[in-house]
Write a protein that binds this ligand. Structure first.
Ligand SMILES: C[S@@+](CC[C@H](N)C(=O)[O-])C[C@H]1O[C@@H](n2cnc3c(N)ncnc32)[C@H](O)[C@@H]1O
Length: 281
């Protein structure tokens, strides 16, 4: 039986390899950089970012697309990766605002810090930590965002409670994340399916209930992108491994024929949802 630490270690090693290799796992990303655009980012936002932040985008949506972030706000990004959403948020909040990213993977944090420096963003910082125990003071954040991360947590109720803790009264949470229903056991049995954002996903109903149980209100699923089999293949495929022609794809090295067969099995059962919630006044 894997402990929560084991799960986080596997996930962290997966993203350390992925960011070093340069291929996205949690997003269709062929050719490099298209993930960000496909996921609903405005071209002008993407154009203003360092290439590395775009190429190492591993999201499954754009949580900021529907967030009313304004100048002077404090934004917290859970699992901030190489920093794509940190940098877009930094422009929105301006010099009087603040953006904080939390991530557990050293390699991701190093990329994010380089990208923040390259963008000259003086209002962003990245803290090393886990989203189940956020290194952030209570009731200090106006907006919690997250892009394709909470599905990776082995303790989602804890993450939801942490979101409720750090938000100021009236603060908003908006996340893009993978949700799933009725995943076949054969898929759940593939070890790499967890870190590839598939088998750790919970149902939309459990997501909504979990946030409500944490004390958040107005919990709403604002948008859904239900993946086709082709998109699912892209979701788990690694362009690095494919480029090497090794006959495998998937950031965990899942053989490509298994990815294709598995994609058909889960078609219609896995989607990206934009979920919002509010901490009561
Ligand atoms: C799929 S990537 C998404 C990165 C980024 N949000 C983006 O859109 O490009 C997942 C990120 O979450 C981080 N992560 C996963 N589980 C975590 C946890 N329990 N605590 C902290 N970070 C975590 C990983 O290190 C990785 O950087």
């Amino acid at each position: 039986m894997n402990t929560h630490e084991d799960v986080r270690k596997d996930v962290s090693e997966h993203y350390a390899r992925a960011v070093s290799g340069g291929g996205g796992c949690c997003s269709p990303r062929e050719p490099r950089g298209s993930a960000a655009k496909l996921a609903g980012y405005r071209p002008e936002d993407v154009a203003a970012l360092p290439d590395d932040a775009v190429a190492n985008s591993f999201g499954c949506g754009n949580p900021l697309a529907f967030a009313d972030v304004k100048e002077g706000d404090v934004v917290l990004d859970l699992g901030s990766g190489a920093g794509i959403d940190l940098l877009i948020a930094a422009r929105r909040v301006g010099p009087s605002g603040r953006v904080i990213g939390v991530d557990m993977t050293d390699e991701m944090i190093a990329h994010a810090r380089r990208n923040i420096a390259a963008a000259g963003a003086g209002n962003v910082e990245v803290r090393k930590g886990i989203i189940e125990e956020l290194p952030v003071e209570s009731a200090t954040v106006d907006h919690v965002i997250s892009n394709c991360v909470i599905n990776l947590s082995p303790d989602k109720p804890r993450v939801f409670a942490e979101i409720a803790r750090v938000l100021r009264p009236g603060g908003r949470m908006r996340v893009s994340d993978i949700v799933a229903r009725d995943l076949p056991d054969v898929i759940k049995a593939i070890p790499a399916a967890y870190a590839s954002c598939v088998s750790g996903a919970i149902s939309e109903e459990d997501y909504v209930r979990g946030l409500q149980e944490a004390g958040l209100v107005d919990v709403t699923v604002e948008e859904r992108l239900v993946y086709s089999a082709d998109q699912l293949v892209a979701l788990v495929a690694s362009d690095v491994e494919q480029a090497q022609g090794g006959g495998t794809c998937g950031c965990g090295g899942i053989p490509s024929d298994i990815v294709a067969a598995g994609a058909h099995l889960v078609e219609g059962k896995v989607w990206s949802a934009k979920v919002s919630a509010r901490k009561p006044e």
